[in-house]
Write a protein that binds this ligand. Sequence first.
Ligand code: DGJ
Length: 741
Amino acid sequence: MSIIHNAEKSTITLHTDNTSYQIKIGPFGLLQHTYYGPHMEEDAEYCVMYRDRGFTLTPYDAERKRWLSAELMPLEYPCEAAGDFRAPALSIRRKDGILIGDMRYESHRIEKGKYSLEGLPAVYDDTEEAETLTVVLKEKNTNIRAVLQYGVLPHRDVITRTARIENGTEDDIVLTHAASACLDLVSGEWDVINFHGRHAGERNVSRTPSGHRETVVGTRRGASSHHQNPFVILAEKDAGELHGQCYGMSFLYSGSFSCSVSGDAYGGTRMVMGIQPDNFDYVLTPGESFQAPETALAYSCEGLTKLSQIYHKLISQNICRGPWKNRRRPVLINNWEATGPDFTAEKILHIAEKAASLGVEMLVLDDGWFGKRDDDFAGLGDWYVNTEKLGCTMGELAASIRDLGMKFGIWIEPEMVNEDSDLYRAHPDWALQVPGIEPALGRSQLVLDFSREEVVDYILDHICKVLDESKADYVKMDMNRPIFDVYNALSAYQSRGKIMYKYILGVYRFMEKLLERYPDLLLEGCASGGGRFDAGMLYYCPQIWCSDNTDGIDRIRIQYGTSFGYPVRTMGAHVSRVPNYDTRRIVPFDTRAVIAMEGTFGYELDLNTLSEEEARQVPVQIETFKKYWDLLHNGLYYRLTDVTHNTKEAAWMMVAEDRSEALLNIVVLDVSGNRPNRFVKLAGLDASASYKDEANGAVYSGAALMSVGIPLPKVPHEKYHWMRDLGEYESVQIHFTKVTD
Ligand code: DGJ
């Protein structure tokens, strides 16, 4: 049993293999949070410090018990009313604008299996070991309920949380905030680690003390965004990669979100994750309910690496679905950086022929094959093949690609429409825009109202015709602008939060129906690169294009930041041309391949433009990727250098779960003449074992590799007979195997 109810002590304890989470039904039914940390069996009620503190409020029914202020207790799902002035998880307004919400425990139940959520992504369990706790809170003065659900995945060390708010009153109510999870910690000094960025510069790591204020990480852009990622860590002040306590919250949602961390007046810290509350105003009519998306929580007392590894396993095995979840993905070539939308079938075949001859396994036809799509200004929404431009049908092009022995995939951007399109001319009201107000344009396009089922169905229907014709093996689903003008032409009451929530549900419905119809399809997510890289999308797409920035060195930093919350196998990564189109940087061809192998691995350039020497390397790179694929995508991932602060070298490694082998990757970022010796410390090996460098037979002690490190290898000098240091941006990949005898 993972969930234990102790009726005598009024506690409910959720156990995973290494952690415990405890809830207490406190005085007057206030639902308290007493503990989340290493596995323990006892009652942790002592963590609730009852004291009469000045200038606080007590519930009316507590009468003279002035020590019973909600503001002084760690709470499970605090509501903005009833005396807790800290950041709320729930805020409810009556129709007349009055704030209400005195939520008290009503009932609970424990069930076998992990709950699922209709229309929303959710962690699943196929081992039948998971359990679900449901706790119902009732508003003291009305018939409003908050149904809290907790999923326990014992072997993953993960606890999921969500909440459903039910309006059982006779009137409309407005939810101004309805978060998915709250975590109240009573002690400790914590840092907030969040992943911020911009288009072509996603998921930079920021670490700042939470302190005595509210820190809010979030976005209002309608997508989980390039700017902030819905994965946030609370790490003990001194916690590092391999030591210290840390908590993670990963939000399984792809729209605007907010994660607030605040230090209270008495030494506590509160973390709240949920849909962005700004302009949320979700109207619930009588009998209606709102289902908050899910948050996956994890705790590690062994530092950030362990926390990341928990999420890597969870996402790989309990969020990603479908036949591609554990299968090696085809090495692909995408034409976008080679051609943009300027192509014909002949040009594409020229790229494909060369790629096929070098061992590439799939061609992906990017933006530009449909409608009048010759640039950014037209065509989105017209999902019929431009045969005139291609010079053949999509079926014919796909067949020619297959004749080369390759799979075939296409790009789509279903949520968008250009004003210059047949679709917009026929259905202008299908675009999100407010009557009488000129809508904001993003990349010269408008957003279709995916909160409307008929819009989703129409687009799906047209795209399916192309997929049927081409029998596509793969789809890259893009989304290239933020969302601002929110208006539903069919709705009498414009509730921004509701329309945007239903919009995201529409996106999920689109992907679910696509996968139902084509169960073997490999779907790759994309939003101008990594603008919607979140655990919600990964429920549908086992991989997401990590960034439009394909500069090798920038990519190291982007993939480093992404690795905190997401596994390597989900990161779309390609080798592209140099000088890089954006940075003009020249990174050696083999280094670009090493970096792309920290991802799904593919190419995004015309391989006909390579030198003979580079072309010879392509099959070798592909073979290397295939050889190490299991280790790369299933091994435990270790960040060996902090590339936010260490600009000397980037190093990361993958270690087999049984520690029998490891793949070390090093890229030199900075060089100097006659440089001092430089070592990289390895991690995750068996300290009592020896490891052999498979390339040169050198044997090292696991303990030494992890404490002293390995010196940066030297390579033969091109001109002289000696060995030289690695140069700027050069790299090495070292495969170690454990010496058994
Ligand atoms: C943005 C994507 O991130 C790119 O890879 C490419 O597909 C373009 N869109 C096409 O418009």
